[in-house]
Design a protein around this ligand. Structure first.
Ligand code: PLP
Length: 404
């Protein structure tokens, strides 16, 4: 039977301690014990249901983690203070000095910078490859490789990873496949396709209100226990813990994710089709012209569509900047990084979110100067939005005025 991620979230039942329909928020950094023995056992990790200290876990964080684990179909999950606060401990937990990572070359700028500039200080090396070519991925694996790393839909080029194919390679070489699923929550369920660990930046679609950063690692109970281990767990020791008040607020926003994703996808599909029809170089996984359209279709949980992200190439950085400023002036969205907001957000990734990637490498991977990344909002009347965007493009001579 097909996996239904929104049903899995909905089927969880929480009550507050006074019967509240939302779980009570645990507003404490530390927890009392009735017996000293239980405190000792908790330190040793042998006292289920006991809380010790909020960097380790809190009831509010566990509620949110449980809901996200249900969404991804994993045994459990650990929430963190940011997406990077989820990604970096996972890599540090799985890799030590002398180990090697094979990573997609089109990944979030911060993750790229961590693997390229930071982990070499610990003698962890990374090979960056074209993740869409499975033979290239497999050829990059060495005897020291521990991890295969990718994003289901990549930032910012919207390349799609063949998660089943990558999982087979990972299994064959005894590697862990880590998938950052930030761009495609609900649409793609990487763990169901064979990923060992699924990561999200909750900052984006999942929280959806651009009011906080947050992250999550979804995986097996064993792996999450390892991350939280008081003596050797990277999440516990590096300390990027989410605050309980924030966990409660993210959980409430998660309740509407399925509705929001459908609207983001609907609106993005409408605009992508129109832009492509207008002759603009448009990249959107929902377009038949996207090189991985079939692959995405074969992996997706249909209801949620192809997501809210699309890119348009308007030729040059100057044109891109002019267009974004004009669209902001017309209140069509904000010139801002990040994604998943109710309002459309746009930025030129080459000079912003992917600026960590050297210019040479940007060119090689097809990240051109005139590229605008759109996170399409929840606009109620997308036809009106399109018409207004078109007017902006005509004014700047990006598009010819339409003949009557
Ligand atoms: C934003 C983002 C991250 C980093 O998340 P933060 O919450 O900003 O730390 C990681 N991966 C992807 C794909 C992202 O878009």
């Amino acid at each position: 039977m097909a996996f239904k991620p929104a049903n899995s979230i909905q089927d969880l039942q929480y009550f507050g301690e006074f019967g509240g329909v939302n779980p009570s928020i645990s507003d404490s950094s530390t927890y009392t014990f009735l017996s000293a023995k239980t405190m000792f056992d908790t330190f040793e990790g042998n006292a289920d249901g006991c809380y010790l200290y909020s960097r380790h876990s809190t009831p509010s964080n566990l509620y949110l983690g449980e809901a996200l684990a249900a969404m991804e179909g994993t045994e459990t999950a650990n929430v963190s203070a940011s997406g990077m606060g989820a990604i970096t401990p996972v890599l540090m937990q799985l890799c030590g000095a002398g180990d090697h990572v094979v990573s997609s070359r089109t990944i979030y700028g911060g993750t790229y910078a961590f693997l390229k500039n930071f982990t070499p200080r610990f003698n962890i090396e990374t090979s960056f490859v074209d993740i869409t070519k499975l033979d290239v991925v497999e050829a990059a694996i060495t005897k020291n490789t521990k991890v295969l790393y990718c994003e289901s839909v990549s930032n910012p080029l919207l390349e799609v990873a063949d998660i089943k194919g990558l999982a087979e390679i990972a299994k064959r070489h005894n590697l862990k496949l880590i998938v950052d699923n930030t761009f495609s929550p609900l649409s793609i369920s990487p763990a169901k396709l064979g990923a060992d660990v699924v990561i999200h930046s909750l900052t984006k679609f999942i929280n959806g209100s651009s009011d906080t950063v947050g992250g999550v690692v979804c995986g097996t109970q064993e792996f999450i226990n390892d991350l939280r281990n008081v003596n050797s767990g990277a999440s516990m020791l590096l300390g990027s813990t989410m605050d309980s008040l924030r966990a409660a607020s993210v959980l409430k926003n998660l309740r509407t994710l399925h509705i929001r994703m459908q609207q983001h996808s609907l609106n993005a599909t409408y605009l992508a089709e129109k832009f492509e029809n207008d002759g603009l170089k448009t990249v959107y996984p929902g377009l038949a012209s996207h090189p991985s359209h079939e692959l995405f279709t074969s992996m997706m949980n249909e209801k949620y569509g192809f997501g809210g992200m699309l890119t348009v190439d308007v030729g040059s950085l100057d044109k891109a900047n002019e267009l974004m400023e004009l669209m902001q002036e017309k209140n069509l969205g904000y010139l801002a990084v990040s994604l998943g907001f109710y309002k459309t957000l746009f930025s030129a990734p080459g000079s912003s979110t992917s600026s960590e990637i050297p210019e040479e490498e940007q060119k090689e991977m097809g990240l051109s100067d005139g590229l605008i990344r759109f996170s399409i909002g929840l606009d109620a009347d997308i036809e009106r939005t399109y018409n207004m965007m078109r007017e902006c493009m005509e004014k700047l001579n990006i598009l010819e005025p339409e003949m009557a």
